[in-house]
Design a protein around this ligand. Structure first.
Ligand SMILES: NC(=O)c1ccc[n+]([C@@H]2O[C@H](COP(=O)([O-])OP(=O)(O)OC[C@H]3O[C@@H](n4cnc5c(N)ncnc54)[C@H](OP(=O)(O)O)[C@@H]3O)[C@@H](O)[C@H]2O)c1
Length: 294
């Protein structure tokens, strides 16, 4: 049986490596390679197919800009028209598209990294099998952000009864704080790192989603510190080689997502480290340390 998987932001970096890893891992897998630029998506597909000619029939480019409601809706419609709605045509959704601090402001980072996955799920959920999988590619910056918050805030970010409305409220509060000068420490929100906040909120959304859809396996993970266009500027700024900075390859960055997509994560609504082991939501766990069991 074909296992069809949508992977967003899959034209480069960890997303592209996840496409390759999924096709290698599961001979029944067919990937809808999400890319906000159809041209960059087709270029990535051509490169992958040049390396593995048999993948020509297993990769299809899906134009998908996660910050644009119309684009996300059109992408879901395209999948439904091509593969039907009943039975639900998708086995999995990997919300990988994301942006780093770079030059983006708080509103843009939240819009892509937190609201982006929500838009994708809202549009695609009805196309996902009842027992399908969702992987939200988060970051260790999420738990690190939470570790710098007040106790009361930590409870909000890790609330097992958390809802999307809680995520929205926290986003609004942070945006208003930013507008009024940005005193995040007084609000119990640490230094207010926009990227960390966006991923901490993505983890909270993962909890809410998993509770709402208990038959599906819905988890978040960090890929680890991976050399991509998102992180290479860190190395460049220090005049260092990415590997010397401890960055790993995009292929290594796909490991946790592949486990959550095809393996047995042992639960839903959890967050996993780059070693594919469960990790806490409120502090950093190093790969190789004992898995979190809370
Ligand atoms: N690299 C790391 O060390 C690291 C660590 C922790 C978490 N992550 C997470 O891993 C994921 C992948 O990051 P990466 O390191 O592979 O970065 P990357 O090489 O910059 O790739 C990001 C991908 O997301 C796409 N994207 C960005 N904004 C988008 C939007 N609005 N709509 C649709 N697609 C969009 C990009 O498309 P374009 O090519 O069109 O820009 C690209 O395909 C992100 O969620 C990131 O936060 C990465």
């Amino acid at each position: 049986m074909t296992r069809r998987v949508v992977i967003t932001g899959a034209n480069k970096g960890i997303g592209r490596a996840t496409v390759a890893a999924a096709l290698e891992r599961d001979p029944e897998c067919h990937v809808l390679l999400g890319s906000r630029s159809p041209e960059r998506g087709e270029a990535a597909r051509a490169e992958l197919v040049a390396e593995h000619p048999s993948w020509a029939t297993r990769i299809e480019v899906l134009p998908l800009e996660v910050s644009d409601e119309a684009s996300v809706t059109a992408a879901a419609k395209r999948v439904a028209e091509r593969y039907g709605r009943d039975p639900a045509p998708l086995y999995g959704i990997v919300n990988n598209a994301g942006i780093g601090l770079g030059s983006a402001d708080l509103a843009t980072i939240l819009d892509v990294n937190t609201r982006g996955p929500k838009r994708v799920i809202d549009a695609f959920l009805r196309l996902l099998q009842e027992d399908g999988r969702i992987v939200n590619v988060s970051s260790a910056s999420g738990p690190m952000f939470v570790s710098g918050c007040s106790e009361a805030r930590q409870a909000e970010f890790t609330n097992p009864a958390g809802t999307w409305e809680d995520v929205e409220a926290l986003m609004q509060e942070a945006l208003e704080l930013k507008q009024s000068g940005g005193d995040f420490p007084s609000a119990g929100l640490g230094e207010g790192n926009a990227y960390g906040l966006s991923k901490a909120l993505l983890n909270l959304y993962t909890i809410a989603l998993a509770r709402e859809y208990p038959k599906r396996t819905i988890n978040a993970c960090t890929p680890g510190y991976i050399a991509t266009d998102l992180t290479r500027p860190h190395a460049k700024a220090r005049g260092m080689d990415p590997a010397a900075m401890g960055m790993k390859t995009p292929k290594e960055g796909a490991r946790a997502s592949i486990h959550l997509l095809f393996g047995d994560p042992g639960g839903s609504g959890w967050y996993f480290g780059s070693d594919a082991q469960r990790s806490p939501l409120d502090r950093y766990r190093s790969p190789g340390d004992p898995p979190y069991a809370g």
